[in-house]
Ligand binder design. Structure first.
Ligand code: PLP
Length: 437
């Protein structure tokens, strides 16, 4: 907790903080947003870095296709569809008494193959990159070879001598665990006590070691990091500071650009693209937003969505304190049913990188997420996990917030549906039943 006088100073300087402390749903527009021409060079991450990640994923496509047959249709490229949701648009407009003149689209990362969430982008990429580095070091492969070879026993034998560790309450653990185990790594996922039982069961079934901690998530991460650092053969996936995770997510930008082009959606200064991304620690939404900025420049406007109880990125960016501020400093309890978003302190790396590029952040109450979950299931037959619905009120927020271009019929609103397909049916039924409660 901050001193009361300090809190009062912040409230005076940034009146929105008072509303956030009252857990109201709010919209914050980033005063530091600038043009991508000047903003991108400030970040230290380049288009070449993202291209390198994209090329690496292409090299691995023959391997992915071989070991995950569900990726056959996409030739081993892990990608999700963009789906128009006109019935949801109507329901959303009616529920809030507003008009959304532009088209409403859903990016269905819930349907991403292998691990059913946005983590199948960054998480899988980081493990593949690590595997490639080891295989090249040990003379098993060159970048000119057919990477389907990664399925051969000599690779598994090498990786079995190496360890991967990650701290996660959920989807990152699933993605890292499934990919690492498939390659043959000795992989450990450090989980907090509140992690869902089905996730622990699924990981153990796939040969992943799951270590449980009585404390919260940050304790699990800290302990995982400590154990990994003591072991030179162990690679720790650092959700808060990993450039590789970020780059894996960023590849989404060029993919969205070609998907929108293929469906005839125009994006330019007169037809802006608004994208709404659920944000936890920040790597997923940050990486994706970065990739979108590379692909579309100023024509894309990215917004992060956070629970009213856990607006860590919003607090970090608006105060400029980034990872030096926690939601508990402002008396918020970080309690939310959106488990992917229950984060008290955001990634400082992502917050600083996105400072000149992010249009804004907004918050959403858990009740609203559950209502949107039911609405989307009822109107479009698409079932997302609670976290993944945080993006759905984005169009409402920006239109109500008088972001002029958002009210244009030429604007496109893309809600990033970050996860859902791994959730067991019985669990999903419980979520569905939470609406209106
Ligand atoms: C992890 C996750 C997010 C947010 O990603 P971060 O990198 O933690 O910001 C959003 N939605 C779902 C479903 C997730 O699993």
């Amino acid at each position: 907790m901050m001193e009361k006088t300090q809190i009062n100073e912040w409230k005076e300087k940034l009146p929105l903080i008072g509303k956030m402390m009252a857990r109201e749903e709010v919209l914050w527009l980033n005063p530091l947003l600038e043009s991508t021409v000047t903003g991108l060079p400030k970040t230290g991450v380049t288009a070449a870095d993202v291209k390198d990640a994209s090329n690496r994923l292409k090299r691995f496509a023959p391997y992915i296709e071989r070991v995950f047959p569900e990726t056959k249709a996409s030739n081993g490229i892990i990608e999700s569809p963009i789906t128009a949701i006109p019935n949801m648009k109507e329901a959303l407009s009616n529920a809030y008494g507003i008009t959304i003149p532009g088209e409403l689209l859903l990016k269905e990362d819930n349907a991403l193959p292998i691990s059913g969430s946005i983590k199948a982008r960054g998480g899988i990429y980081e493990i593949l990159k690590h595997a490639e580095t080891l295989a090249i070091e040990h003379g098993l492969i060159t970048t000119e070879d057919d990477y389907a070879k990664f399925a051969e026993p000599e690779f598994g034998n090498l990786f079995a001598k190496h360890k991967i560790a990650v701290g996660s309450t959920g989807n990152l653990g699933l993605s890292i665990g499934i990919m690492s185990a498939k390659l043959g790594f000795n992989v450990t996922v450090h989980m907090s006590a509140d992690a869902k039982q089905w996730k622990k069961d699924m990981l153990r079934e796939k040969g992943v070691t799951v270590v449980e901690y009585a404390d919260d998530y940050s304790k699990a991460v800290e302990e995982g990091r400590r154990q990994a650092e003591a072991d030179p053969l162990c690679h720790f996936v650092d959700d808060e500071n990993s450039l590789d995770l970020f780059l894996g997510y960023a590849v989404a930008g060029e993919r969205v650009a070609s998907q929108l082009e293929a469906r005839g959606t125009t994006v330019n200064e007169d037809s802006p693209l608004f994208v709404y991304l659920p944000c936890g620690v920040g790597g997923g939404p940050g990486g994706v937003a970065f990739g979108l900025k590379l692909a579309f420049g100023d024509a894309v406007r990215c917004f992060f969505a956070e629970p009213t109880h856990s607006p860590c990125m919003m607090l970090g960016m608006m105060t400029g304190l980034h990872d030096e501020v926690s939601v508990s400093d402002f008396s918020l309890d970080n309690k939310t049913a959106a488990d992917g978003l229950a984060v008290g302190t955001a990634s400082g790396f992502v917050g600083k990188t996105m400072e000149p590029l992010l249009s804004g952040c907004y918050t959403i109450a858990d009740d609203t997420m559950f209502n949107q979950l039911k609405l989307l299931a009822d109107t479009e037959g698409i079932k997302l996990e609670p976290s993944a619905l945080a993006g759905m009120t984005g169009p409402v927020q920006v239109i109500r917030g008088n972001v002029t271009e958002a009210k244009s019929a030429a604007a496109t609103h893309l809600v990033w549906g970050t996860g859902g397909s791994m959730v067991p049916e019985a669990e999903m039924d419980l979520y569905y039943g939470m609406a209106g409660k």
